[in-house]
Design a protein around this ligand. Structure first.
Ligand SMILES: Cc1ncc(COP(=O)(O)O)c(C=O)c1O
Length: 378
């Protein structure tokens, strides 16, 4: 038989699926994959049931239902003083993952180059490759995960079409400083490339504020902001995401979306349209809960002797391994001997071998799950 797609043949099983499978086989506590082991708020779930019972179960408009696009635009205004036209500058997608895919397919041509800051979320690579473009990695250097400005400048060529930045950053927990975003922005202006800013952890910051890349000067002209409600509401299975950007770019992204999924699950859109505009009180509790979980995990890991980072954002923490250890072997050892599953971070790198010296813990877990994992690790 004739061979299948050459691009797809290179894709391997995601590390998250591999570690989750191993965790199940070994009855280990799963601090690997990035989703909560508790449900999202009941009031939001009730909104989805209400929508289903109100016959909102057919195909939604392809751009997303207008009340949700309005709620998204409303939130960018009130949280970031950033004006978004809900009619032309927002498209609702099946999670941020689909928005990333549609953005890559919508703006890249074969031969274009895309700068990605590694370690990076694995869907970036696949989306860029499916668009026929070339990935150009620039490493964020441990332990602070800063980029080297000269290295970043050297990565830019006349073929650079896009740079992907994830802020707050998975897996490092880094929140980029204003100076760092300015460096990226200036390079984008000087060399005329677009920026995809993946901001799915926008409300998960500790002691620092999130500022969308698009709000820096005129960067809104060339930035596609991607976010979703999965992390913010602890409802990752609903997959309500979006892309925001200039109307002509959103039109291109929507052109891909209409021929990949066409529309996103309608009842969940109605629930999120209501939840997004009522989230203030919820956010206070949400941030306090995650701060407590972060501190519980970090102090516990330190007591167990781990050299662990203090993340400013996301629900992940990185532990730096002792000299001579390797991340994959270490994670396997933790699963088998300590019954705790984590993620080997080499999976997030394609250029540097820095990832072999670190593992990632997820603290989006019930306090008792974190306590049980820490007890195992002692
Ligand atoms: C950096 C980053 N971007 C995007 C996503 C995917 O978001 P969604 O579930 O909305 O597709 C994740 C999920 O883990 C992520 O960590």
């Amino acid at each position: 038989m004739k061979p299948l797609s050459n691009t797809v043949e290179q894709f391997k099983e995601s590390i998250f699926s591999t570690m989750t499978k191993m965790a199940i086989e070994n009855k280990a506590i799963n601090l690997s994959q990035g989703f909560p082991d508790f449900d999202g708020p009941k009031w939001v779930i009730d909104l989805a049931s209400k929508a289903m019972n109100e016959n909102k179960n057919q195909y939604a408009p392809s751009m997303g239902i207008l009340p949700l696009r309005e709620a998204i635009a409303h939130n960018y205004k009130r949280f970031y003083d950033f004006t978004v036209n809900p009619l032309s500058e927002v498209v609702v997608t099946t999670g941020a993952t689909e928005a990333i895919f549609c953005t890559c397919m919508g703006i890249l041509n074969p031969g274009d180059e895309v700068i990605v800051l590694e370690p990076f979320y694995d869907s970036y690579l696949a989306s860029i490759q499916l668009a026929g473009a070339k990935v150009v990695p620039v490493t964020l250097k441990a332990p602070n995960f800063n980029f080297d400005i000269e290295e970043l400048k050297a990565a830019v060529t006349s073929k650079t079409k896009l740079l992907i930045v994830n802020n707050p950053h998975n897996p490092t927990g880094k929140v980029f400083t204003a100076e760092e975003i300015e460096v990226i922005g200036n390079l984008a202006r000087e060399n005329d490339f677009y920026i995809l800013s993946d901001e799915v952890y926008e409300f998960l910051t500790f002691g620092v504020d999130h500022k969308p890349t698009a709000t820096y000067g005129d960067l809104a002209n060339r930035t596609i902001t991607i976010s979703s409600t999965g992390k913010t509401f602890g409802l990752t299975g609903w997959k309500i995401g979006w892309a925001i950007g200039p109307a002509h770019i959103i039109k291109a992204i929507h052109n891909v979306h209409q021929f990949s999924t066409f529309a996103v699950s309608q009842p969940f859109q109605w629930a999120m349209a209501e939840a997004l505009v009522k989230m203030d009180e919820y956010l206070v509790e949400f941030k306090a809960d995650y701060l407590r979980k972060r501190n519980l995990l970090i102090s516990g890991l330190k007591e167990c002797g781990f050299n662990v980072s203090n993340p400013q954002g996301t629900y992940f923490a990185m532990a730096f391994l002792p000299e001579g250890e390797n991340d994959v072997d270490y994670c396997k050892k933790l699963i088998v001997e300590k019954k705790v599953a984590t993620i080997p971070t080499s999976a997030f790198y394609i250029k540097s071998d820095e990832g072999t010296k670190m593992i990632r813990f997820c603290f989006a877990k019930k306090d008792e799950t974190l306590e049980a994992a820490l007890a195992n690790l002692k």
